[in-house]
Design a protein around this ligand. Structure first.
Ligand SMILES: C[S@@+](CC[C@H](N)C(=O)[O-])C[C@H]1O[C@@H](n2cnc3c(N)ncnc32)[C@H](O)[C@@H]1O
Length: 269
């Protein structure tokens, strides 16, 4: 088949239009490249600035306030000096043949503190952290808010490290507990607050978690990052929607950018 291509023909009056199209195509292409570059630069810069503020917060607020937390945090730093939590998680996911091996992320302590203030977490609470990673947030909550914390994590290396640290702080053991397991199957009934930062979880996993959360006590608050539980239920036409009432939502900063945090409560029937 003969292919007709628009091209410059001397003396043709369409030449100007063709030139215009080519020039605008050229600028569009380079403008898009420039925009992508700027976006990358902006996200990186933003993340670095927020990391710096988080670091300042840890140094000026967390450490002076809590001697135990300082020691725990420095132990964590040493433990993950040679292999970062990101690398450990990546290796674990590779061995499981997961299609997305870059699932690991951490809640900055500054953000965790913001969330704790919004929820007014206190010593009467029992926080369940679903996917506790290195346990840094769990340790911070237990040390600063004096609440009970249960971290559930699937990667044994993280659990072993948190348990090793806990062995040195016997009084903390009464307040913190780390379980090696799958939070989709564990018993969460003791929780008054559940924290889930699982922005890479599939809808199938979240729906299975929703079934697990369904049996919780009325009044239990569930904090999710990036999505609300009802959004996922709605998307899948699930009838459990009325079980969770959205009581608050606010913006929070993570290292990759700002996102919404949703607080939902198990409603009283
Ligand atoms: C995004 S990281 C969050 C770490 C920590 N909660 C924080 O906010 O800093 C998610 C963690 O959840 C763990 N995880 C994911 N799915 C899990 C499951 N079904 N059961 C237990 N842990 C899980 C991962 O191994 C990873 O350490």
């Amino acid at each position: 088949m003969e292919v007709f291509r628009k091209r410059y023909i001397p003396g043709n009056r369409n030449n100007l239009r063709l030139y215009g199209q080519r020039i605008s195509g050229f600028f569009k292409k380079y403008f898009r490249k420039l925009y992508n570059l700027w976006e990358f630069f902006y996200v990186t810069l933003r993340s670095k600035i927020y990391r710096f503020f988080d670091f300042l917060f840890v140094l000026t607020k967390c450490y002076p306030q809590n001697y135990w937390f300082t020691k725990i945090d420095l132990s964590l730093l040493l433990d993950y000096w040679l292999e970062s939590p990101f690398a450990i998680s990546k290796r674990y996911l590779q061995l499981k043949f997961e299609p997305d091996i870059y699932q690991y992320g951490e809640t900055p302590l500054l953000t965790m503190e913001h969330i704790a203030q919004k929820l007014a977490i206190n010593e009467n609470d029992h926080v369940f952290e679903l996917g506790s990673g290195t346990g840094r947030c769990a340790f911070w909550l237990a040390c600063s808010r004096k609440c009970r914390v249960t971290g559930i994590e699937q990667i044994s290396q993280f659990i072993d490290c948190t348990r090793r640290i806990l062995d040195h702080y016997k009084p903390l053991k009464q307040r913190i507990n780390f379980i090696k397991g799958n939070f989709l199957e564990e018993d969460l009934s003791a929780a008054t607050i559940i924290y889930l930062y699982g922005s890479k979880m599939s809808n199938r996993e979240i729906n299975s978690l929703i079934l697990n959360l369904h049996g919780l006590r009325p009044g239990t608050r569930i904090v999710t990052v990036s999505y609300s539980l009802n959004e996922i239920i709605q998307e899948n036409g699930n009838m459990l929607k009325e079980k969770f009432s959205l009581i608050a939502s606010f913006k929070a900063e993570f290292f990759w950018g700002k996102t919404m945090v949703f607080v939902q409560e198990i409603s009283f029937d």
